[in-house]
Design a protein around this ligand. Structure first.
Ligand code: TTP
Ligand code: MG
Length: 540
């Protein structure tokens, strides 16, 4: 009996552009790009057909494509709202709501139950007799049921034909078992994508396979508005041709550690330039070993990354909760050296943080759905470089942030003066001089609120009095060890556990979430950061 999961990965096409087009359909016909700071963070496919590239410098794009229309995308709220709406919509279609969000524009769907229920409806005798022969006459019209209760809900499809592209261009010989389950998954993926387009007006690219990594990698091969199926027997051939940096969750940092380990000579020196290093999955699998991975990346990350290169990914789809576990906002800089600058940045970040809290944690009646308990401030000293470690300090979040009786300006000033700045002093310690490249403000430890909690003083009466904002609790310093591959560590309330294993899992970039570019502040998918930095190198 087959047991492997059937996973669909969805990625919205030119997402920010699609949202803009949703509000202004005229844009659909013209080449346009969305600008954030000095970068084009995305452009529509009309523009891409003309040669405009994602992450191009604005100045270059405008020079090269004088007719390109530029839309300002600094305000993320519309993108965030659209992302949430699409997520809710998809979640309704997937049994058990097994949908995980990755950033704004990607979803993983675990549709195993739906596929397996439909497998039980198939005439197994027919399948065994006909589909293995893969005869053109063995087509079966099948009604895929999307509801267990209501047999009229679903869609028709032809079996064993596959919906969408084949990742390697080849069809399996055998269309029973897992292969047939994937075929059913491909039809379901097609149906879900069609529903999204028909009802919500958004196109997406989909990948269907037996785990998240394979589904995501496959889905990225045919875009826009297409889907790709990857059968397990072809997975290794498919992965082998990619650069390891293109495999999801293998970030820039992990890639360089791996290549350094491979190409280091016996004298401990790297003799090969970046260009001559063969970074294909095929090569890395053959010249490296699991032992080399674990010794250079740590046991857990090394094993995970080695498995990924072999198409093995045991991480399950974790349905994203309605309420986030933390909200964080950050910005990055070339160099931040004065208190006045820090205060200005913190004011701006506080405003954005409050916006996010209102969107993500408040319902349409203005009631809070979740209450963060802790405020966390993080920074990255310039000395540690673009990919250096962060240091963080945290304390109780002043409950004034939940107040509806104070003005926004008052709340922001309060936060800056009485929460972030005291934390900042703790961060930089006695030193009078500092040079920072990043500031991040976050609210964490978010409690789910009881049904009606607009009376915040009763909810927080004991724990979070307004004036109890900066307890001088002594907290152990968790300054990360630069150079050991450790990323961000937050200092946490005593008694809380670190959510990851020190030394390891930050190399394994669990979510390929955005990093902020240290030069322009643009938020970049970590796998795109390297390409993005090249743009700066061209001009700097
Ligand atoms: P992507 O999925 O990488 O890009 P996209 O959806 O625009 O285009 P595609 O059709 O190739 O999937 O990212 C989703 C959105 O995230 C994108 O619309 C804009 C934003 N984004 C940034 O803000 N900065 C970045 O560096 C990248 C890559 C994306
Ligand atoms: Mg996208």
């Amino acid at each position: 009996m087959s047991t492997c999961p059937i996973i669909i990965a969805l990625d919205w096409d030119a997402f920010y552009c699609s949202v803009e087009e949703h509000f202004n359909p005229e844009l659909k016909k013209i080449a346009f790009a969305v600008q954030q700071k000095q970068i084009i963070c995305t452009c529509n496919y009309v523009a891409r057909a003309q040669g405009v590239k994602k992450l191009q410098l604005l100045v270059d794009a405008v020079k090269q494509f004088p007719d390109l229309v530029i839309v300002n995308g600094e305000d993320l709220s519309r993108y965030r709202d659209a992302s949430k709406e699409l997520w809710y919509f998809v979640r309704e279609m997937v049994w058990g709501g097994k949908v995980e969000r990755l950033g704004f524009d990607e979803l993983f769907l675990d549709v195993t139950d739906m596929v397996d229920f439909n497998m039980t409806l198939l005439d197994n005798a027919h399948v065994a007799r006909e589909f293995t022969r893969h005869s053109p006459h063995s087509v079966l019209s099948f009604f895929f049921r999307t509801s267990q209760q209501d047999p009229s809900m679903g869609f028709s499809c032809q079996l064993p034909s596959v919906a969408g592209n084949l990742a390697t261009g080849s069809l399996p010989e055998d269309f029973t078992g897992d292969n047939l389950r994937l075929v059913l998954g491909s039809h379901l993926c097609h149906y879900i994508r069609s529903q999204i387009l028909e009802i919500k007006g958004y196109t997406s690219s989909g990948g269907v396979s037996i785990n998240k990594t394979l589904a995501k990698t496959a889905g990225a091969t045919h875009k826009p508005n297409q889907q790709t199926v990857l059968f397990p027997e072809f997975a290794q051939d498919f992965l082998d041709r990619f650069d390891i940096g293109k495999i999801p969750w293998i970030g820039h940092k992990s890639k360089s550690i791996i290549l350094d380990a491979i190409y280091k000579g016996t004298d401990g020196v790297n003799h090969d330039s970046d260009r001559t290093r063969d970074a294909t999955v095929f090569n890395v699998r053959h010249v490296a070993s699991k032992q080399l991975f674990t010794s250079s990346l740590g046991q857990s990350s090394g094993e995970k990354l080695w498995d990924l290169l072999h198409g093995v990914d045991s991480t399950t789809v974790q349905p994203t909760p309605d309420i986030p576990t933390q909200i964080s906002i950050e910005d990055s800089f070339r160099s931040l050296t004065s208190i006045i600058e820090v205060q200005t940045v913190l004011r701006k970040l506080s405003n954005s943080l409050l916006d996010r809290m209102y969107i993500d944690l408040m319902d349409s009646n203005g009631d809070w759905l979740g209450h963060p308990q802790t405020a966390r401030l993080s920074t990255r000293p310039r000395s540690t470089g673009y990919y250096g470690s962060r240091i963080s300090r945290s304390d109780s979040l002043p409950s004034i942030v939940f107040s509806s009786s104070h003005s926004r300006d008052y709340i922001v000033d309060y936060l800056v003066d009485r929460c972030w700045m005291p934390l900042f002093s703790k961060l930089i310690g006695d030193t009078k001089t500092f040079d920072l490249v990043l500031l991040n403000v976050a609210v964490v430890n978010i409690d789910k609120a009881p049904a009606k909690t607009s009376d915040i003083t009763s909810f927080f009466g004991k724990k979070h009095l307004v004036d109890n904002h900066v307890k001088d609790a002594r907290r152990e310093e968790l300054v990360t060890k630069s150079g050991k591959g450790v990323g961000e560590h937050a200092d946490l309330e005593p008694g809380l556990e670190l959510p990851w294993q020190e030394d390891e899992d930050l190399i394994y970039e669990e979510t390929s979430y955005r990093e902020s570019c240290v030069v322009c502040g643009q938020r970049i998918m970590s796998f795109a950061l390297e390409a993005h930095m090249r743009f700066h190198e061209l001009v700097d």
